[in-house]
Ligand binder design. Structure first.
Ligand code: SF4
Length: 266
């Protein structure tokens, strides 16, 4: 499908939960965010209604995000439901990796193809400081589990302040080189002030060639991360919400006062 600026929109990012087992300083306040109530969270069947419509219109790339997607109950089942859909050629997940030892093999069997794992430093004390809760050894075990399960490629999402030359980013780059992992540098974004940059090593943040729509865990279809435009699947129905989001997709991002990364999935 094409938007009004003739961009090909073939990518749907699905945030399946706003909850997370970490509290990264650039994403969530220390106390976390007030979780969305279960009744507000889309069921798998509701998510699949959107996915089926999107795939029938040309979406072939799906990414599952959160919060932390692996804290969503029965997440392997949703992966299976999406993977079984004809037309999905690329099914990926963005995760902090901590629960991968528990789920990697089942996810791969269910049809997940690849993962992006968040790692902003290899210094254990810094990792604890950045994530407020995390144990870096669990991420290493997660990377090993993903590799063992055959999820490929494994990309490392490294959040930077300004430059890939920052000490933490350099540590991650060295780790990725030594372990044959692809690294992507994501500069810290500021939704309220409209500050964002292209992802280094990825394709996010380039409005000219933007190919994505987002589905939030509350059932909002968002044409753009840096915009407050959103269309409710429950109010409008999956088809109208998708079509409206496509037709209203802005030429480029500006600001968002409504969004937070844990609720939209970056
Ligand atoms: S800011 Fe909006 S239009 Fe630009 S790349 Fe991000 S989602 Fe696409």
């Amino acid at each position: 499908m094409k938007d009004q600026f003739n961009r090909t929109i073939n990518y749907l990012r699905i945030s399946v939960t706003d909850r997370c087992n970490l509290r990264c300083v650039y994403c969530m306040p220390a106390e976390g965010v007030t979780p969305i109530s279960h009744s507000e969270i889309l069921s798998f069947d509701e998510i699949m209604e959107v996915v089926k419509k999107a795939v029938s219109e040309g979406v072939n790339k799906i990414r599952i995000t959160g919060g932390e997607p692996l804290v969503r109950k029965n997440i392997v089942e949703l992966v299976r439901m999406i993977a079984e859909l004809e037309g999905v050629s690329d099914l990926a997940m963005t995760t902090n990796g901590i629960l991968l030892p528990k789920y990697a093999i089942d996810l791969a069997k269910a049809g997940l193809q690849r993962v992006n794992i968040s790692l902003d430093t290899t210094d254990p004390a810094r990792y604890r400081e950045i994530t407020r809760l995390g144990d870096i050894d669990l991420v290493y075990k997660g990377i090993a589990a993903a590799r063992e399960a055959g999820l490929n490629p494994i990309k490392i999402n490294c959040v930077i302040k300004k430059s890939a030359l920052e000490p933490d980013a350099q540590l991650v780059a060295k780790f990725c080189k030594e372990n044959d992992l692809q690294i992507r540098y994501i500069r810290e974004m500021d939704l309220e002030n409209g500050q964002f940059w292209k992802v280094q090593g990825g394709d996010g943040g380039d409005c000219k060639t933007c190919n994505r729509l987002r589905l939030t865990s509350k059932g909002m279809i968002k044409p753009c991360l840096f915009s407050d435009l959103e269309y409710s699947v429950r109010e409008l129905g999956a088809i109208t919400a998708l079509e409206t989001a496509l037709n209203e997709k802005p030429k480029n991002g500006t600001i968002s006062k409504k969004n937070n990364f844990s609720g939209v999935g970056g």
